[in-house]
Design a protein around this ligand. Structure first.
Ligand SMILES: Cc1cc2nc3c(=O)[nH]c(=O)nc-3n(C[C@H](O)[C@H](O)[C@H](O)COP(=O)(O)O)c2cc1C
Length: 295
């Protein structure tokens, strides 16, 4: 796949930078990487880094710093090998030039050891089972810090090339929430209780051609799943609200919610504190044999 965009906006360039440097950072984790793996990717990263600088985007940005540290690690891994490859050597020299005025940040070096905590399965199973779609909310407002913490945790969701194209819109104004909910068909009987509504959207600028047409939905789904579990872990209740609407409602929601046109609405999400004594449907899950085929 080739990235053909010439747009140097922050969103476009950061997506392209992630797309390119992710090839390097994952290549650095392979146990049998060959000499000068990823030199085309390294050149592409340097090209985007140069455009980034020319466009005046911040050089403290995490995406940019991630690219710089990937280049540094790539050079650090390959230079000591001293293998004969003139083309590869020229890539390393170009990296020297790119890195010359970048501060050393050893704490942000990549890759890092994979060190998962021992046995988190019981806690995770409980979290999954206890998270339910809640349709009865108390008037207690949702703390902004708590909400941001939940979103921050969900940021750890996987996404294609780590592009993180999800965008979360937070609404607090009851009238605006009512107008947004009016366009959605699954909040009857509890929508009026909501003091916080989220809209999960995907920034289509972060994707580059039709081969990626499903990726927005996949990444948004993964992020939304993390978010509802994260909310649950922080004591907040939620309910995903489908966005299966006619195009006119989609247009109106963009306008009503101040959502840019390049962002595709994926779903709404009710968030709040569950009402005392809230009930949830049992909603049993299918037996495993109806879901799993072992080949
Ligand atoms: C994308 C999506 C859209 C949903 N839309 C609605 C909705 O509009 N209204 C609603 O009450 N529940 C909605 N739900 C909640 C589902 O009904 C619920 O997840 C399912 O019945 C399983 O129940 P549980 O979430 O309590 O485990 C939606 C869920 C998802 C994942």
């Amino acid at each position: 796949m080739v990235w053909r965009a010439t747009d140097d906006s922050y969103v476009k360039l950061s997506a392209e930078l992630l797309y390119q440097y992710h090839k390097l950072e994952k290549g650095l984790c392979l146990t049998d990487s060959t000499r000068f793996f990823g030199k085309d990717a390294a050149r592409a990263v340097m090209h985007v880094v140069t455009r980034w600088r020319q466009a005046g985007h911040p050089r403290t940005d995490r995406v940019y710093v991630g690219a710089i540290e990937s280049l540094r690690s790539y050079r650090g891994k390959l230079r000591p090998l001293h293998l004969p490859d003139a083309d590869g050597d020229s890539v390393l020299l170009d990296i020297d030039v790119i890195l010359v005025d970048e501060p050393l940040r050893p704490e942000l070096a990549t890759p890092v050891p994979f060190r998962p905590s021992a046995d988190t399965s019981d806690a995770f199973e409980r979290l999954c089972q206890e998270r339910r779609s809640v349709r009865a909310y108390s008037p207690t407002p949702v703390d902004q810090g708590l909400l941001e913490r939940a979103i921050g945790i969900a940021q750890w969701s996987p996404s294609v090339c780590n592009r993180q194209a999800w965008r979360v819109h937070i609404y607090r104004d009851r009238d605006q929430i009512a107008r947004l909910l009016h366009l959605q068909n699954g909040n009857g009987g509890f929508g009026h209780q909501l003091s916080t509504l989220l809209v999960i959207a995907m920034d289509s600028t972060a994707f580059f051609d039709a081969t990626e047409r499903n990726q927005q939905f996949i990444d948004a789904g993964l992020f939304s799943m993390s978010l509802i579990l994260s909310l649950q872990s922080l004591g907040l209740a939620s309910c995903c609200l489908n966005w299966s609407v006619i195009p006119a409602h989609d247009v109106r929601a963009h306008r009503e919610g101040g959502i840019p046109e390049n962002q595709r609405i994926i779903m709404y999400m009710a968030v709040g504190h569950a009402a005392d004594g809230a009930l949830v449907p049992r909603s049993p899950r299918r037996e495993l044999q109806n879901v799993v085929t072992t080949h």
